[in-house]
Design a protein around this ligand. Structure first.
Ligand SMILES: Cc1cc2nc3c(=O)[nH]c(=O)nc-3n(C[C@H](O)[C@H](O)[C@H](O)COP(=O)(O)O)c2cc1C
Ligand code: SF4
Length: 542
């Protein structure tokens, strides 16, 4: 079924494609939503149920969220900082309650008081200014923070590499660059099959759906270093033979969408990339697509389905995107930060990049620090940097006592302060100690914040964001949330055996890392905060 729909959608491609048509139709305008969806279903020959199935998936297109005037961030850092209640109180003085919605998360975790009005992110108190973000690095030659400078000079490197794409790929291999979207998969390993694939059409897709509450590093790159991201995509396209690059940016980042679109126009105007017929330096065209509010669209196959205008449920793999990706064509799909590293690698050499990190985690990593830190903001650190140095030296410690840090998003581990000295900031150290580096967003959990509430929040988040394709996640997240909410709010005890079974079922039976990854921070909490949590559990069956 989805292959048929994919085929129908592929006929129209990306420009005025099915996804954007659904967004437009669901957004109403001069005709009703129902009429709009029915007419596009006819136009694309997909059937009304398929169009409705797509539009009903996204937060921004749903009645509950659609058309609010103001959206308050309800991400993890805002929750644990305890500032949401005050923000809501202030907003209620200006807006009626039914005009206030929520968004998870606005990527303003360094200030913990963000809301969105008319597509602009603001903070309670002072005006929003991206430059108020503190930015620092512990390397003299940062790969990611260095300004791009003049774009002709910046892209001249692509011309040099185009003449010998084999050598460019070798530098990427030498660099050992690993994906920064969470799993740490070696980048060159997905580039090679796409390069080797015999196909008339290939794509490069940049995953800019940074949904992990606590992370705002991709947001910063998109807003402040857009050409580093586009350059990385362009080079990957030249190496693999792809002529189209798509940047899929979450709708919660409106400034990032604008900045990336401006950067694409800059390239087209300068004759560097294509906009239409005419001579350009590189046979490559970019599209910037704005998401509509769905965390799961950060999962790569869900993202591809979203771009195709299908219901963005996770696909089973294999086949992997490198051979069967966007519209079924070979596609290199990677994270914003992964692509942003490529300029440094090709300019300074793979070996130089590798030397910035450890043997198995080469290079640097962007780290996001939330508002609990004395120096909140963005860091570029060498992989292998002691976590203690990140937290106490670079972050300046926290403004109030903290008992744990959730690192790597909602599916990342819960690191108690007692483990800080055992960790260095790299993939191996985190996994060896039973945590996950993920996107390296660091969310502080104050001593006064109940761990049971954090667990309830994580299950609630997963319940809401589950794509619903597999039972362990769809049902498990809902049942787990009920148990935790009853325990936290009504004093009902949780059957420990049942809860352990639930975690095991989710971990082993889920199709993707949303349901499969949630048990990690929950088990960390059960291990390191057993005394705080024991009163909520019973070992006897009810
Ligand atoms: C639930 C879920 C959410 C994800 N969200 C993101 C995301 O926001 N950004 C991202 O780059 N990768 C995300 N990923 C990982 C992607 O599926 C994919 O592995 C990644 O984009 C590949 O790029 P990389 O190799 O450069 O890391 C997510 C995965 C899962 C299971
Ligand atoms: S684990 Fe959850 S999000 Fe992932 S495929 Fe299953 S239902 Fe969908």
């Amino acid at each position: 079924m989805s292959r048929n729909l994919r085929g129908l959608s592929a006929r129209r491609g990306l420009k005025e494609g099915l996804y954007e048509a659904v967004v437009k139709a669901a957004g109403g305008g001069h005709i009703s939503r129902d009429e709009g969806l029915a007419s596009l279903a006819d136009d694309f020959m997909t059937g009304k149920a398929a169009a409705l199935g797509v539009s009903s998936f996204y937060d921004f297109l749903n009645d509950g969220q659609y058309g609010k005037k103001v959206y308050v961030c309800d991400g993890t850092a805002c929750l644990t900082s305890g500032r949401q209640a005050n923000l809501m109180h202030k907003l209620l003085e200006q807006y009626p309650e039914h005009e206030i919605g929520t968004m998870t998360c606005l990527g303003h975790c360094h200030s913990n008081n963000a809301f969105m009005v008319n597509g602009e992110i603001r903070v309670e108190g002072t005006a929003h200014d991206a430059k108020t973000l503190r930015i620092s690095s512990n390397t003299d030659k940062p790969a990611l923070l260095t300004p791009e400078g003049d774009i002709d000079a910046y892209y001249a490197l692509a011309g040099v590499c185009m003449a010998d794409t084999g050598s460019a790929l070798k530098e990427l291999e030498l660099s050992g660059l690993r994906g920064r979207g969470g799993a740490g998969f070696p980048f060159h390993v997905k580039v090679r099959p796409s390069r080797d694939a015999q196909a008339a059409k290939k794509y490069i897709v940049c995953n800019a759906d940074e949904g992990d509450p606590g992370a705002f590093s991709d947001k910063w790159l998109l807003e402040e270093r857009p050409h580093s991201v586009l350059f990385g995509m362009l080079m990957t396209g030249l190496i693999t033979g792809a002529d189209t690059g798509v940047v899929y940016i979450r709708g919660e980042y409106p400034l990032a969408v604008r900045r990336m679109r401006e950067a694409v126009v800059q390239l087209e105007t300068a004759g560097i990339t294509e906009s239409g017929p005419g001579k350009t330096s590189f046979p490559f065209r970019f599209h910037v697509v704005e998401g509509s509010g769905a965390y799961i669209c950060g999962e790569e196959t869900s993202l591809l389905n979203s771009l195709e205008g299908l219901r963005p449920e996770v696909r089973t793999r294999p086949p992997f995107p490198a051979v069967y990706g966007l519209f079924g064509k070979p596609t290199v799909l990677s994270n914003v930060e992964t692509f942003a590293n490529i300029h440094y690698i090709l300019k300074e050499g793979g070996a130089s990049y590798a030397s910035l990190g450890t043997e198995k985690s080469p290079g640097t990593k962007l780290v996001s620090l939330d508002g609990a830190f004395n120096n909140p903001g963005l860091l570029e650190v060498r992989m292998g940097t002691p976590l203690r140095s990140v937290i106490d030296e670079m972050g300046g410690g926290t403004r109030y006592p903290v008992k744990a840090f959730q690192i790597g998003g909602p599916l990342g581990g819960l690191v108690p302060v007692s483990k800080i000295d055992d960790l260095t900031l790299d993939f191996e150290s985190f996994s060896r100690e039973g945590f996950l580096l993920g996107h390296a967003g660091i969310v502080s959990v104050p001593e006064t914040f109940p761990v049971i509430r954090l667990l309830e929040h994580l299950f609630e988040f997963t319940k809401k964001e589950s794509c619903g394709k597999c039972f362990p996640c769809r049902l498990g997240a809902a049942r787990g949330y009920e148990m935790l909410a009853d325990a936290a709010g009504k004093g009902k005890k949780i059957d420990k055996q049942l809860f352990d079974d639930l975690l095991e079922t989710m971990q082993l039976g889920s199709l993707c890392a949303l349901g499969g990854g949630l048990p990690l921070p929950v088990r960390n909490a059960l291990q390191y905060f057993s005394r705080e949590l024991e009163g909520y559990f019973t070992t006897k069956k009810a």
